[in-house]
Design a binder for this molecule. Sequence first.
Ligand SMILES: Nc1ncnc2c1ncn2[C@@H]1O[C@H](COP(=O)(O)OP(=O)(O)OP(=O)(O)O)[C@@H](O)[C@H]1O
Ligand SMILES: [Mg+2]
Length: 367
Amino acid sequence: MYLSSIDILQVRNLKSLKLECHPAINVIYGANGSGKTSVLEAIYLLGRGRSFKHRDLRLVVNHKAEELVVSAQLERQKPKGSHRLGIRRTSKGLFEARLDGRALQSATQLVEELPLQLIDAHSFNLLEGGALQRRQFLDWGVFHVEHSYTDLWRRFQKALKQRNQLLRHGRIDEDSLRAWTTELIPLSEELTRHRREYLEGLVEHIEAASRELEGLGELSFDYYQGWPDELGLAGVMAEDQARDLAVGTTSHGAHKADMKIKVDGVPASECLSRGQIKLLVYALKLAQATFYREKSGESCLFLLDDLPAELDYLHRQQIVGFLRGLDCQVFMTGVDKRDFQVLVEGMAHHMFHVEHGVTTKSEITGS
Ligand SMILES: Nc1ncnc2c1ncn2[C@@H]1O[C@H](COP(=O)(O)OP(=O)(O)OP(=O)(O)O)[C@@H](O)[C@H]1O
Ligand SMILES: [Mg+2]
């Protein structure tokens, strides 16, 4: 799938901007503060219904405007067809999403329509940050392979929230606590089964991607399900009860899961250089895109903010080559046009120059 055109209205400093996109490579370059990341942010908003920079979307609407609108022409391979996808967010908080004029009920539907991967300055957190990042990474993958996963995930979150609320409540209603615990256990186990299966399928793709992006060493993956194996979750939760009541939260379950990644036997975050961490993040996300394509026959879209940062030329080349092989549409940004000229030489692409929120298509090669 790819976007053939994008219209952006009032997203940060981008007042009104139209991009005729290339199905493969789109380069966006320009000075600091010109609006490059904002272009990616607008595409991300369209695919996720939220920003990757701020929780509060009011900050994303142009200071002088009442609302932002992003819409795009989406070309799908399976089933083949052209669709209009759009979102609107007012500074008063109204959010609307539409596909071919029909209202979408939730952000999840946007995620389903436009699978995208982002790599930006914060992507290190996938390895260096908390377990939540890695759970979200796995959940993205499971969801895109199996859309019904959302329902399971929501039921789990609801049961967990209810149980935690009860635990925090001064006087405990034993029956209610037992009921929510009984509800939570099979949901935790079911989530775990999905995540484990997904990771098992993904590992060979991560290894393949890391072989392409040379210099990462021997990778190993360990899935921690969120509770010790020996007792089973029911046993663990029974043992935990007094502690859960004391701390007011559920100590074990699928919400505590993590994926531990080691390189040559050492945790990745403890041994890799900055650039290598970024490469490993690329390997993980490229692997997800490969797996997604294998399962769905579709390719996802990549947003690479400041691609040249921290990466040597050879690795930039390998990443772009890999994405071409996957038939993914890429939007990549950087401050210096020269960083991209040789990189995309001989490949069909569109190059956009952003200046004070306005773009000009500076170079078109190929269709
Ligand atoms: N709500 C807003 N309304 C108007 N302008 C905004 C808003 N929020 C941020 N800006 C401005 O938008 C501009 C574009 O920011 P953006 O992050 O897209 O720049 P960039 O080209 O990616 O820069 P860099 O090379 O430094 O990463 C900045 O000058 C910023 O101050
Ligand atoms: Mg930027």
